[in-house]
Design a protein around this ligand. Structure first.
Ligand SMILES: Cc1cc2nc3c(=O)[nH]c(=O)nc-3n(C[C@H](O)[C@H](O)[C@H](O)COP(=O)(O)OP(=O)(O)OC[C@H]3O[C@@H](n4cnc5c(N)ncnc54)[C@H](O)[C@@H]3O)c2cc1C
Length: 446
């Protein structure tokens, strides 16, 4: 049985790994369009700096990524304790995100009115809504201030998304379940003895960055990964199996075909095969996002850069979404006394605004923002711009319906599977868990 996986991001690579782990006699090949596997995972390393161009890490509260790392002989690295200190920029300055109910009560992040409204969530009756946006959910249960200062920043940090459009149930199923199972967030958290309804866990990576897991998978899959194979179309190949055509004039005929590319790429490939699949895939938007890495000598920054970084509610009207203080999150990300900061621009709310800016315009904009927010002085020691033309999939209202329709169409094609972070979980942990489960499904269904 020939299995072809199109797309060599962490989803495609980990799926190949689990398939072969379960049955080493399988004929599995990965086809990656670019000259390097890894997709959104790429660690840039130069002059003593280690910079993640995209994926920063994964949370340690779910076991699969850590288990996979250990199977590959890697040692995961938990972020520094100081990285528990997260900030929200509001009212013109950085305010620490409280880590416990007591610190929440004492914190100046929210007004007394906002805190009281939030506390009343306990008494808000349960109303299970099939699908609603984060802002609609917050308006119903938490109040506008909690939305602006707690919920929207979470949506920005994970999805670079628009909380007025993102679906609570698709993006944060655990929060949805707190209401549907326990009758409310506070009631659910009390029952589960949890202090936060957020994702939780400690950010984890590797000493030399996330690229390490891609390299380990690539080494272990030697001879099974074909780079610079950009799939352009697929066809049926008789009654069983498929034909995949690449832009280098090569074609393959697998029995099982897994499409592990982003949804917008898959939509193009499926176009001449089944336009209904393409139409559904095209409904999943991917905003433009720019990651700008800068570094400054510690004496050239007014604020104390000790923590994870900060996110900025839209209401503040700033141009950047927030910044991560990489040199304070993981050790040895920058030379001694140098502070490495990665700022994000773009996302679902700004459309293509930043796509049209040249590098000089992006640089000026970010330096102005950093000057206002954390008080940087002078030119940065380094500045590097990483553009993600189509960054992360948006699980907007209606995402559940898209998945249901895709499932019902794709299940008519034996041996065809959709995989990757466009569907059920956007993070690395989700991709790896979904790979583990899909490998089992593929083996059982053949
Ligand atoms: C800026 C940024 C930061 C992020 N940070 C985090 C983070 O810190 N933690 C986290 O958990 N998640 C993060 N994410 C989400 C992250 O993208 C996913 O967790 C994960 O890396 C997605 O992996 P994937 O394999 O599903 O998709 P991708 O990484 O997008 O891989 C898909 C692959 O398919 C290939 N491909 C596309 N079209 C074709 C074609 N026609 N033929 C062949 N190959 C093709 C692509 O080249 C790519 O290699 C971040 C995303 C972005 C954009």
């Amino acid at each position: 049985m020939k299995i072809a996986i199109i797309g060599g991001g962490i989803s495609g690579l980990s799926l190949a790994w689990y398939l072969l782990k379960k049955d080493s006699s399988l004929d599995v090949s990965v086809y990656e369009g670019m000259k390097r596997p890894g997709g959104k995972i790429f660690t840039d390393s130069f002059s003593g700096y280690l910079i993640e161009s995209g994926v920063n890490g994964f949370l340690d509260n779910r076991p699969m990524t850590i288990e996979l790392a250990r199977e590959l002989g890697l040692s995961p690295l938990r972020s520094n304790d100081s990285a528990r200190r997260r900030f929200i920029y509001t009212g013109g300055r950085l305010r620490k995100l409280p880590e416990s109910p007591i610190s929440f009560i004492k914190s100046d992040l929210m007004t007394l009115k906002g805190k009281t409204r939030l506390a009343l969530e306990y008494f808000t009756p349960k109303t299970v809504v099939e699908d609603e946006s984060l802002s609609e959910f917050a308006a119903r249960r938490l109040g506008r201030e909690a939305y602006e200062k707690l919920i929207e920043p979470m949506a920005l940090g994970i999805y670079a998304g628009d909380g007025e459009k993102l679906s609570l149930r698709s993006c944060f199923p655990k929060i949805y379940n707190l209401e549907s199972i326990y009758g409310g967030l506070i009631k659910g958290m009390l029952k589960m003895k949890k202090t936060s309804a957020g994702p939780g866990g400690v950010l984890t990576s590797f000493y030399s960055g996330m690229q390490v897991i891609v390299e380990a998978l690539t080494d272990n899959l030697k001879g099974k990964i074909n780079i610079a194979h950009n799939a352009v179309s697929i066809e049926k190949n008789g009654d069983v199996g498929y034909r995949v055509n690449f832009d280098n004039n090569i074609s393959i005929n697998p029995d099982v075909l897994v499409m592990a590319t982003p949804a917008h790429n898959a939509a193009k490939i499926f176009n001449g095969f089944d336009s209904n699949i393409s139409a559904e895939l095209n409904k999943i938007p991917y905003p433009y996002l720019v990651v700008v890495a800068t570094a400054f000598h510690k004496d050239n920054i007014r604020s104390n850069i000790n923590g994870f970084g900060y996110l900025i509610p839209t209401k503040e009207g700033r141009k950047i979404l927030g910044s991560l203080w990489d040199s304070s999150i993981f050790p040895d990300r920058a030379p001694k006394d140098s502070i490495l900061i990665r700022s994000m621009l773009g996302g679902a709310k700004s459309g293509e605004d930043f796509a049209h800016l040249n590098d000089k315009e992006i640089k000026d904009l970010v330096l102005n923002e950093l000057s206002d927010i954390i008080g940087i002085k002078g030119e940065p020691d380094i500045l590097k711009i990483y553009r993600h033309e189509k960054a992360m999939p948006q699980y907007n209202i209606g995402h559940i319906g898209i998945l249901e329709r895709l499932n019902s169409i794709v299940s008519n094609y034996k041996g065809l599977y959709l995989h990757g972070n466009a569907y059920k979980g956007i993070g690395v942990n989700d991709c790896i868990e979904n790979s583990f489960n899909l490998a089992e499904r593929i083996i059982n269904q053949q």
